[in-house]
Design a binder for this molecule. Structure first.
Ligand SMILES: Nc1ncnc2c1ncn2[C@@H]1O[C@H](COP(=O)(O)OP(=O)(O)OP(=O)(O)O)[C@@H](O)[C@H]1O
Length: 262
């Protein structure tokens, strides 16, 4: 897998790429996000961590502007989430790969690239970035699950977005590929791209510059991995997170502890 720094149209690594204020989302009759306030710093990897059902995907959908908000607001690169000006600047990779199975890897990536006025060179770079050069001419429908999710990622990378939102991008990948992908994310952040990456795997939190910890639709904390370890009294980030969750459960009314800003 190539680790060349991505040339993106990223905003300078100052200021905030995403800001949510008093964000409430109800899906069906279920209050899923319950009053979130946070900012995501530009040019950094922010991890979105929380148990299954805590609202991670819903929050990512809100940031992409594809989720109806009950109240509150989400701003992305200074525009309301979903604003047409953000179309070429914000990329989203969902949990289920959305690619054309009858097309080759290369054709898929070139197709998505064309939507963002990108050509052959950018497609080749995106394919190399996810380690799929050997499969470039293969029909996407014949690939393994992990390869398929990497095609989906390449289809987002080809646009060279300033903000990249990734829903569990490392699921189904072996440890070597996972490490390669995190290296890739790191070099993208160094080049100025803002990444928001969700994961169930607390071990992956250590790759992030900042963490948003969600539980039952509330923000338990925003902090660095080192702060998580310190506050959760364990070098094992999974144990530290559990500790913080247990502390929050003891708080009267089940309200989260005071949010730590990193
Ligand atoms: N369309 C819907 N109608 C009603 N409830 C929904 C809908 N979609 C999601 N939910 C509920 O919203 C809550 C949050 O779901 P969400 O997918 O955001 O969680 P998540 O943290 O991403 O979970 P996972 O890690 O399992 O993907 C869950 O309780 C889920 O059942």
């Amino acid at each position: 897998m190539s680790h060349s720094a991505a040339t993106s149209t990223a905003v300078p690594a100052v200021g905030m790429a995403v800001t949510a204020s008093a964000l409430h989302v109800t899906r069906g009759k279920v209050p899923v996000l319950r009053g979130l306030d946070f900012s995501i710093q530009a040019g950094r990897i922010t991890g979105l961590l929380g148990p299954s059902g805590s609202g991670k995907t819903t929050l990512m959908r809100a940031i992409m502007g594809v989720q109806v908000l009950t109240s509150g607001s989400v701003q992305v690169l200074g525009q309301p989430a979903g604003h047409p000006d953000l179309r070429h600047r914000v990329g989203y990779v969902t949990q289920s790969p959305s690619v054309y199975p009858d097309l080759t890897v290369e054709a898929n990536v070139r197709y998505f690239g064309a939507m963002h006025r990108k050509g052959r060179a950018e497609a080749a770079e995106a394919i190399a970035a996810v380690g799929l050069e050997p499969q470039a001419r293969q029909k996407t429908g014949d690939l393994s699950g992990g390869q398929l999710s990497r095609v989906s990622l390449a289809c987002a990378l080809v646009a060279r977005p300033s903000v990249l939102v990734l829903d569990e991008p490392t699921v189904g990948l072996d440890p070597v590929l996972r490490a390669d992908l995190w290296d890739r994310f790191r070099s993208m952040a160094e080049a100025g791209t803002t990444l928001l990456v969700s994961s169930h795997v607390m071990e992956e939190a250590s790759h992030c510059g900042s963490l948003l910890l969600l539980r039952e639709g509330k923000l338990l904390a925003q902090l660095t991995p080192a702060e998580l370890s310190q506050r959760g009294h364990s070098a094992d980030l999974e144990k530290a997170f559990l500790h913080i969750i247990q502390d929050a459960a003891k708080t009267p009314g089940g309200s989260p502890e005071k949010t730590v800003r990193s």
